[in-house]
Design a protein around this ligand. Structure first.
Ligand code: COA
Length: 335
């Protein structure tokens, strides 16, 4: 059996910076409220006409990751694309990346696991490498949230948290067994599916039905979040799944060199940091600058941590996520 490692990382965020101050001009909110509850100071939003979409941002991040992995795009054996905000209802975004990158008939698959999407995608890539089926897999997490948020005061509880952006990683067969991806641990609990969801339009509630009803109170086409329930479950599940990964690899919390949590909310990250007794140097956060970018948040944070030399060879890196589904997971890496 082979093992796998991350050989290239890339990220892309739109140039357009939207501050808390900017949001407070269009809805009833404030920098104070947003900072205190979420830690977010600003986020990036696609501007209409700037050429960015979930797919094109993913392609930009992917090109950087491919170059850094020092491989030819034609060496990519599989594309895995994680998003909750695809360009099209169908087909998935992976095939559009394949077309943009002009990689002939390379297989492409979309992963629909929201905030845990990147962990699920890394885990999937790792299995294909382990069996020997593929050697190089492009994993992308990308989100265009701003295209689908409610920017009126009605949507403020959700809208202020989320931002746009993309991150990408090349996962490759590793010839050196002393490092690489050690394990991933995945979970879900569908009884909470509706607690963080966007349920319409869907095949249960198709667009003509929504238009015909013409109900101004119908907000089923905007994301819904039961914030307090999400918070309570997130802190428990994050802790459990990080511990599960550590125990599986006979590691202790003090062995963690860098924890890269999904950037859900700074308060959640701080809670986990305290729970595991980690110092500020052992946890990477950038939600202050980008908001919660869902499937893109871990690859963006991992890329920035790597670019800022916060990760070195031999380090134990822990990736962990929790989100809609509910789904959650962790990946333990020896860099
Ligand atoms: N600005 C100002 N006021 C706001 C607001 C905003 N952006 N959003 C909500 N409020 C108001 C509410 O209307 C409510 O007012 P009321 O008391 O007059 O009814 C008040 O603030 C408190 O709302 P509540 O929803 O109870 O706040 P909260 O303390 O639970 O904080 C979250 C809301 C979303 C920040 C918090 O629940 C949270 O962090 N949840 C986890 C979210 C998360 O991590 N999501 C990502 C998962 S991947």
């Amino acid at each position: 059996m082979y093992n796998s490692k991350i050989t290239g990382l890339g990220m892309y965020v739109p140039d357009n910076v939207v501050t808390n101050e900017d949001l407070s001009k269009i809805m009833d909110t404030s920098d104070e409220w947003i900072t205190e509850r979420t830690g977010v100071k600003e986020r990036r939003h696609i501007k209409k006409g700037d050429g960015n979409s979930t797919v094109t941002m993913g392609v930009k991040a992917a090109k950087i990751a491919i170059e850094r992995a020092n491989i030819d795009k034609n060496d990519i054996d599989l594309i895995l694309f994680a998003t909750l905000s695809p360009d099209y209802y169908f087909p998935g975004s992976g095939v559009l990346v394949q077309e943009h990158l002009e990689i002939p008939t390379c297989p492409a698959m979309d992963i629909r696991n929201q905030c845990s999407g990147f962990i699920y995608a890394i885990s999937t890539a790792d299995q294909y490498i382990k069996t020997g089926m593929y050697k190089n897999i492009l994993v992308i997490g990308s989100e265009n949230h701003s295209g689908g948020l409610d920017f009126s005061t009605r949507g403020r509880g959700v809208t202020v948290i989320f931002g746009d952006g993309a991150g990408a990683a090349i996962i490759s067969r590793n010839e050196d067994s002393s490092n690489g991806i050690l394990s991933s641990h995945l979970h879900s609990e569908g009884k909470f599916a509706e607690e963080l969801s966007l349920i319409g339009p869907s095949t249960n509630r198709w667009v003509p039905e929504i238009i015909e009803a013409n109900d101004p109170n119908d907000i089923s086409y905007y994301p819904y979040m039961n914030g307090q329930l999400v918070f309570k479950n997130a802190v428990v599940r994050f802790s459990e799944v990080i511990m599960e990964g550590l125990i599986h690899n006979k590691l202790k919390p003090s062995d963690i060199n860098m924890l890269i949590p999904h950037q859900a909310n700074l308060r959640i990250s701080q809670f986990i940091q305290d729970e595991f007794g980690l110092s500020d140097d052992q946890v990477f956060n950038n939600i202050q600058k980008y908001g919660n970018t869902t499937a893109a948040s871990i690859p963006i944070a991992l890329t920035e941590a790597w670019e800022n030399n916060k990760i070195k060879s031999g380090d134990i890196i822990v990736l962990a996520a929790f989100g809609s589904g509910f789904t959650w997971g962790s990946t333990i890496i020896r860099w």
